[in-house]
Write a protein that binds this ligand. Structure first.
Ligand code: SAM
Ligand code: DTB
Ligand code: SF4
Length: 340
């Protein structure tokens, strides 16, 4: 048992050791969830969640070989390739997202890196258009240079999503076309430009508990912490190398979310992909463990998400309320949400 658990109740630390994180991760589950809930309540309103909406603005034919991803050109998954969408159409979808109660709009592109030239200009137009709707704007476009990050910031981008996915040790088992260091470099460029960081991982890829601890260690030692930490359960897609992975025990999601909540108290922790294959009870435990953000809308990027009706019912049954638009503040920091 860690001797100084009381110091986890308040304060934000970036000097965690892997051993300390291992001790937290391995706490008896109910003890872990209880402590996570205490930390959660010290930093966030207890029943409020951030509602995010995802749109795939460029789909499929990605040159990277991420073993989990239906959009990689290396695998035959049946995902239909779609070139970059028209900015007006994307902005139309953002309006729809807002009408459906979303406060954050996330645009994803199946790129290794952001292309220079007309396509980047189109993305900037999308960002400007969505920001004008008074939604938080997030992009996930692959690797980014410092100059591109600055332009995105100027266009009004709130957040950039770039997941570390797993531990540095396990990374090479999943992806061979880039290295962990590339991911860290992009995250540094995002931070440098003053855009908030959204970074998390995927569970259920065959990683060990040590790898989950290793991922949490990487995230929790970033200074500042990512403002947003998506925890995805692998969506097993036919044709990808990870299609035949055994299903993940949802309690592993609960455990990892609880540890993330304790390690990064002020961050928004997102119960991201995988809700479709999870029971409502498992999702409820994830919220109890400190998740306070989720994707709404019937699609993630290429795979299904729970239907709006099902989510409305879930919100009613758990007494969850969406953060009102912009409560999270233009700087994207969760801290301001508490002062409403
Ligand atoms: N190409 C960009 C990149 O990789 O950063 C942006 C899009 S990519 C689809 C965004 C994230 O989605 C990945 O980093 C990964 O964490 C997550 N993801 C992709 N496929 C997934 C799957 N089958 N299950 C769970 N998460 C997945
Ligand atoms: C994140 O961490 N999860 C989202 C978002 N960030 C971009 C993506 C999930 C993708 C799930 C598989 C798919 O729908 O293609
Ligand atoms: Fe491409 Fe991103 Fe999918 Fe990897 S996760 S194959 S980079 S779209």
């Amino acid at each position: 048992m860690p001797t100084e658990l009381s110091k986890f109740a308040n304060g934000v630390r970036h000097d965690w050791t892997r051993e300390e994180i291992g001790e937290i991760y391995h706490l008896p589950l109910l003890e872990l969830v209880f402590r996570a809930q205490q930390v959660h309540r010290a930093h966030h309103p207890p029943s409020r969640v951030q509602t995010c909406w995802l749109v795939s603005i460029k789909t499929g034919a990605c040159p990277e070989d991420c073993g989990y991803c239906p959009q990689s050109a290396h695998y035959k998954t049946g995902v239909e390739r779609q070139e970059l969408m028209d900015p007006e159409e994307v902005i139309g979808q953002a309006k729809r997202a807002k009408e459906n109660g979303a406060t954050r709009f996330c645009m994803g592109a199946a790129w290794r890196q952001v292309p220079e030239g007309p396509q980047f200009d189109e993305v900037l137009r999308m960002v400007r258009g969505v920001a004008a709707l008074d939604l938080e704007v997030c992009c996930t476009l692959g690797m980014l240079t410092e100059a591109q990050a600055r332009q995105l910031k100027e266009a009004g981008l709130t957040a950039y999503n770039h997941n570390l996915d797993t531990s540095p040790e396990f990374y090479g088992n999943i992806i061979s076309t880039r290295v962990y260091e590339d991911r860290l470099r992009t995250l540094a460029a995002v931070r440098e430009a003053g855009i908030t960081v959204c970074s998390g991982g995927i569970l259920g890829m065959g990683e060990s508990e040590e790898d989950r601890i290793g991922l949490l260690y990487q995230l929790a030692c970033l200074n500042p912490h990512p403002e947003s930490v998506p925890i995805n359960m692998l969506v097993r897609v036919e044709g990808t190398p990870l299609a035949e992975m055994p299903p993940l025990d949802p309690l592993v999601m609960v455990r990892t979310i609880a540890a993330a909540r304790i390690l990064m108290p002020a961050s928004m922790v997102r119960l991201a992909a995988g809700r479709k294959q999870m029971s409502r009870e498992a999702a409820a435990l994830c919220f109890l463990a400190g998740a306070n953000s989720l994707f709404i809308g019937e699609r993630l990027l290429t795979t299904p998400n729970p239907l709006p009706d099902e989510d409305e019912q879930l919100f009613r049954d758990l007494g969850l309320e969406a953060f009102p638009s912009r409560v999270i503040g233009r700087d994207g920091r969760a801290g301001t949400a508490h002062a409403e």
